[in-house]
Design a protein around this ligand. Structure first.
Ligand SMILES: *[C@@H]1O[C@H](CO)[C@@H](O)[C@H](O)[C@H]1NC(C)=O
Length: 232
């Protein structure tokens, strides 16, 4: 009787043993099976992230390009106004012209400083925007790396004594991680809007510069006109 009971228990234990060990091995195989999907999901997510990064950098470069256009156009206007004044050199008397020259040089120096101020203001104001969007890319990349596949074996169980929760975790493993990176479309739209707003401020800065410069040129022009009239 005693022996029978013992044998019965042994058979029961044996059956349980093989079932539990089977679950453990299945869990390992199961994880191997999801590996290609997992890699694919990472590829898709990384591609999405890099595509957004390229797009943001493209927008930044367009912004630089437009900024250079604005600067070049403003410089051309300024140089035309300077040439207008310089042309008086051909017709007014030397003493009058030599009075104007230091003023003109002073005004050109003033304009040069003003150009530096305007561009520095612009650069300072976009520095924060650029740092912010780069920060978001870095954060998202860190998020993708955070998915460590082997972690399913750490917790919540021991693969030998209690493989069921582990198998359960593996079966629920999150393969699609594309939604874990933010919507960069919206972020880029806001980034571009910010760049435009700051470029507008830069345009205003250049317009103020030209307005003041033209006032100064008007002074030189009226002085030159007075000289011209008195020469006749
Ligand atoms: C910069 O802008 C000009 C037009 O102002 C355009 O012709 C040129 O292709 C642009 N360059 C880049 C690199 O975007």
């Amino acid at each position: 009787m005693k022996i029978l009971l013992f044998l019965g228990l042994l058979a029961f234990a044996n059956a349980q043993y093989s079932e539990v060990r089977h679950i453990a091995l299945d869990a390992v195989d199961k994880l191997r099976e999801v590996l290609p999907d997992y890699q694919n999901a990472q590829d898709v997510t990384i591609n999405k992230l890099y595509e957004s990064k390229r797009k943001a950098l493209g927008e930044l470069n367009s912004f630089y390009n437009r900024t250079l256009d604005l600067k070049a156009n403003s410089l051309k206007s300024l140089m035309n106004a300077e040439l207008d004044i310089l042309s008086y050199g051909d017709s007014i008397e030397v003493w009058c012209w030599e009075n104007n020259i230091p003023s003109l040089q002073g005004d050109m120096g003033w304009a040069g400083n003003k150009y530096s101020e305007c561009i520095k203001q612009l650069d300072d104001s976009i520095e924060k925007d650029v740092a912010e969007i780069y920060g978001q890319f870095t954060e998202s990349e860190a998020k993708i790396q955070k998915y460590k596949l082997l972690q399913v074996f750490f917790k919540p169980s021991n693969i030998i004594s209690k493989p069921e929760p582990m198998a359960d975790t593996i079966s629920k493993l999150k393969i699609d991680i594309t939604n874990d990176i933010p919507h960069f479309e919206d972020i880029i739209i806001r980034f571009v809007e910010d760049l435009h707003a700051k470029q507008f401020e830069y345009t205003c800065c250049l317009n103020d510069l030209l307005k003041e410069f033209n006032n100064r040129m008007e002074t030189l022009r009226s002085r030159s006109e007075i000289c011209l009239k008195s020469q006749k």
